[in-house]
Write a protein that binds this ligand. Structure first.
Ligand SMILES: [Zn+2]
Length: 277
């Protein structure tokens, strides 16, 4: 089995490979933190209000990051990417039937929620129906409970196996107040550890895994260990027709492996807390 390190790819080539309607493929790498919130060309009147606006934005950002996770409640956020007007990519199953990505991500989220809830894990979802949810709203929902893991679920027809993306933001020291657009920087080291546990569980389940880093607006604003998981068709083995993300049997196997990974992540977190109470 090839080592994980050799499978790590930079996000660049992947980002530009196609425009499928799913931002995970073509998200840009530019980000401006506060610069994009506070206008750079302003009138004198606006100049008076900018500090006030900045104070309001700061105040609004504090509750998202000040809530410490409850020690007795292990919470996972499941983000079914796309939804409503945003259909995401388009996927075909082996019969040629077309399914929008948003439908597959919701099915993955609903099933995984049940698997985790059955194991006593508190689950928060960003959507439970075919609803439009913008990136900031997804991050707001993810940041509220002080979750121990946030998984953003995508699906694609391109490539094979499971693609796991952590934020491409460079790690930053945790602080009480974080810029909304780069909040993930303080968590990215934990996110990479989460990606490692997911990688192990998926490999153990016999799946092919590709690890990468990319810029995704919703993930970059999340103040929790967060990764985007993109389900591609299973890798071809022998003469059997590989299943795709719209196949329920494949979705179930992926969800079961993801649930196993979260359980491992919870065990590791408990051990860490026991060592560092
Ligand atoms: Zn997507």
């Amino acid at each position: 089995m090839p080592s994980t390190d050799r499978k790590i790819k930079t996000a660049g080539s992947r980002i530009l490979r196609k425009n499928s309607g799913c931002p995970i493929h073509f998200a840009g790498s530019s980000r401006n933190g506060w610069d994009s919130i506070i206008p750079t060309k302003i009138s004198s009147i606006q100049r008076l209000f900018v500090p006030i606006l900045a104070s309001i934005l700061l105040a609004l950002s504090i509750p998202a990051f000040a809530q410490a996770p409850s020690p007795n409640r292990f919470t996972v956020v499941l983000d079914a990417a796309h939804g409503g007007d945003d259909t995401g990519g388009t996927l075909k199953d082996s019969s040629g039937a077309v399914t929008p990505e948003k439908t597959i991500t919701l099915a993955l989220s609903v099933r995984l929620r049940s698997l985790l809830a059955a194991r006593g894990i508190t689950v928060v979802t960003t959507r439970e129906s075919d609803a439009t949810v913008d990136d900031n709203r997804r991050a707001e929902i993810a940041n509220r409970p002080g979750a121990q893991a946030c998984l953003s679920l995508h699906a694609t027809q391109t490539g094979s196996g499971i693609h796991i993306f952590a934020s491409s933001l460079p790690p930053a020291e945790p602080s009480r107040i974080l810029p909304w657009k780069t909040a993930q920087a303080a968590w990215v080291t934990r996110s990479l550890a989460l990606a490692g546990d997911l990688n192990s569980a998926l490999l153990h389940a016999g799946m092919t895994v590709t690890l990468g880093r990319t810029a995704l607006t919703s993930i970059d604003s999340m103040a929790c260990p967060a990764v985007a998981i993109e389900i591609a068709p299973e890798a071809a083995t022998g003469s059997a027709q590989p299943l795709g993300p719209s196949d329920t049997a494949y979705q179930t196997r992926v969800d079961q492996a993801l649930a196993a990974a979260i359980l491992e992540w919870r065990s590791n977190a408990a051990r860490t807390e026991a060592l560092h109470p």
